[in-house]
Ligand binder design. Structure first.
Ligand code: TMP
Ligand code: MG
Length: 286
């Protein structure tokens, strides 16, 4: 029914179940649907021309707003904690405090750099950030069909918004839950607002945003997009869920992660830098 699902990079543990969910979503149509997506390495590319693409944090880390000394410290943090983030063998209880540590240390360093809010748009424009191929169809189609898109990110909200604004796809149907910067009266970064969101506490973040999910309670069908096992809890705040279709991008450590991803996600996309599969599904069901 959707030829893209037969591509060799698409892995599905239970095809009959996936078909049944898709048919059920198609039957009730766009008015019952909401889409919840992670941002970094899900809506943005993991690599381009063999080179890694930046996350929201990396956009700042690699920019002229950060001193050379601080760049080294941020790179050290990435080299220490990223392998922990993506290690599926390490128990979650051990990883949780380490992720909090990473985000806190990184945010402290960013605050020390006295970043000015007027410079964010410039560094985003100068960065190598890239939305996945097919992003325009993805965002425009959801807007055309009146389907709400929640972008739920452990990145930096101000940076993420700038990426989608500059791409011309920050439509009114898009809502963002993320870590937002708090600027002082001179426009200088002084803190981050609210509860910290890291890769493995999205469930708590979802439960804090009851108002958003309350507004969407007439939309019991959810398409969820993520690239981390932590992204699976992004839909934990959804009211009266009927169907959820979980699509996971498996970008890195493919061999070790294939099994756990296949168990957790309904559809796993191996090293696929496009939104072609989600787009094909969304066009079919709406
Ligand atoms: P996401 O929830 O939008 O995917 O964003 C989280 C990603 O950000 C996660 O994969 C780790 C990454 N990250 C950095 O690249 N640098 C940092 O300093 C921090 C704290 C996170
Ligand atoms: Mg991600």
């Amino acid at each position: 029914m959707i030829p893209e699902l037969n591509s060799p990079s698409v892995w599905i543990r239970d095809r009959a179940r996936v078909q049944q969910i898709i048919q059920s979503m198609r039957c009730t149509g766009p008015s019952t649907l909401q889409v919840i997506s992670d941002f970094d390495m899900t809506l943005t590319r993991f690599a381009y021309n063999g080179k890694r693409c930046p996350t929201c944090h990396n956009i700042l880390d690699n920019s002229k707003l950060i001193s050379e000394e601080c760049k080294i410290k941020l790179a050290d943090l990435l080299n220490t904690y990223y392998p922990i983030e993506t290690d599926v063998t390490q128990p979650m209880e051990e990883k949780l405090p380490l992720m909090v540590e990473w985000w806190m240390k990184a945010h402290e360093l960013l605050i020390e750099q006295k970043i000015h809010k007027d410079h964010l748009a410039i560094v985003v424009r100068e960065s190598d950030a890239r939305l996945r191929d097919g992003y325009k169809l993805f965002f425009d189609h959801l807007q055309d069909k009146g389907v709400p898109l929640l972008i739920f990110s452990a990145g930096i909200g101000d940076v993420l918004e700038e990426v989608i604004r500059q791409a011309g796809v920050f439509h009114p149907n898009v809502k963002v839950i993320s870590n937002y910067m708090d600027f002082d009266e001179t426009g200088t970064l002084r803190a981050f607002k609210g509860e910290l969101i890291h890769v493995y506490n999205k469930r708590e973040g979802a439960l804090l945003n009851t108002e958003h999910f309350q507004e969407l309670r007439t939309r019991p069908n959810v398409v969820l997009l993520g690239d981390s096992l932590g992204d699976l809890t992004m839909a934990d705040g959804v009211h009266d869920m009927e169907n959820i279709l979980k699509i996971g991008f498996l970008n890195d450590k493919v061999e070790e992660n294939k099994e756990p991803y296949l168990t957790a996600y309904d559809i796993v996309l191996e090293k696929d830098e496009t939104l072609d599969v989600p787009n094909a599904i969304l066009l079919y069901i709406t």
